[in-house]
Design a protein around this ligand. Sequence first.
Ligand code: HPA
Length: 277
Amino acid sequence: MHPTDLKTLQASEYLFKKIGLPESARINSSIILGSGLSAVTAILTSKQEIPFQSIPYFPESTVPGHPGQFVFGKIDDQYICIIQGRLHYYEGHDMQTVTLPVRILAALGTKNLIITNAAGALNEEFHPGDFVLIRDHIGLFLPNPLIDYNKKHLEPRFPELTDAYSKRLRQIAVNCGEELGLEMKEGIYVGVSGPSYETPSEVALLKSLGADMVGMSTVPEVIVANHLSMNCLGISVITNMAAGLSQSPLHHEEVLTVSNKIQKPIGRFLRMLCRNL
Ligand code: HPA
């Protein structure tokens, strides 16, 4: 078990007992699913579902398309955990709560963390339905989830993020994509708080900073996962062109419709990826 705080310890001990993992068993890879991707849990066998609200210290998820549960299961002989529904900063949770699931996954032994999200395209060569591997992020618009926390609990105090989205995992992902005939693009993700979508002027600003897609999650989770020495892979599903880049106004329903449509291919991709990690 990682050195950790009391909340994470109690929540992860609860989950460990509840799923009845053998003492020596560890979760090799975990996946956090973005909006509209809940059906991806079909890639697991021997599934056990544990709703957020039954876990000590865990708030309920309040977002449509994010049911909110840990799903444990297997791919071949590997133990995998999928988090269906995540906690967002825009729901009013502080950053330590937003990242509690990542700490729990680390406490359960997760070595590889795959984070998916829905994102709006800033890069006009991207289109709704595209998969984009995150090469790096811009997180300067959000409070850092390690503020205060790592003073009390964990070293290093000033973690570095040069390879925050593991180059090795990205190469494995590209190989899996090629094998499945899936085109994987690559880009920079900029995290914003939401819940309002950006204005067209904000979109122009974010583009000028070098970002390719924008979304309301992922950045805090990746910072904490790196601090906990997990290998991270980030995948954005482009659900819409960002505000002002297309004629139609943005709706959460549109985000859900696009990600719902690509659940099957992304599921196949994630299964192959886990087998190769
Ligand atoms: N902006 C921010 N977050 C998003 C978007 C967007 O256009 N689409 C999906 N999540």
